[in-house]
Design a protein around this ligand. Sequence first.
Ligand code: 3AM
Length: 179
Amino acid sequence: MTRVFIAIDLPAEIKERIAETQKVLARSCARLTFVAPRNMHITLKFIGEVEDEMLEAIRSALQGVSADPFEIAIRGVGANNLRRPRVVWSNLEDAGKTGGLHDAIEEALAPLGIEREERAYTPHITIARVRQFDPSLLGAIEQVMAKEFGSFRADRYTLKKSTLTKQGPRYEDLMEVVW
Ligand code: 3AM
């Protein structure tokens, strides 16, 4: 079995800027797990554990799913719940294009029996996960909430293998779809 998901990768300079922001969040008294810069990405679709045969079917189905290249601006820091965050993330400005790609991927994978997400899709870059909340986290988020991390032209996505280890997840690229 292979644990897989689909994501858009980020340019190195954007990941470096997000890492600077992690330092500000680290000064709060909340207990946080930070996403390592090499692992930062925009998840398009989490699939989960699949057999080899299904993995091949996913590869074939994704061949046909693309978009026209589009601009993504990474701007602002927010959270899944601004009063008591569990996930701190950065927001995207992309005129809804990433959401459109997410929908197209779900459409292509549904015939394989891969379920659609029940929750509405909110494209984001996870920066930190909250292990233990502390109110000082809200002030730390406020300090960085207007930060701009830069923009880039999205023209590909990647099918990734995820291996969970004690040191955190390890991601490997299995396939890249370039538009
Ligand atoms: O990009 P984010 O951080 O939103 O949280 C995991 C991460 O999302 C999510 O898939 C992305 C790559 O690991 N993920 C992990 N397990 C999941 C699950 N069981 C999951 N998403 C939905 N259901």
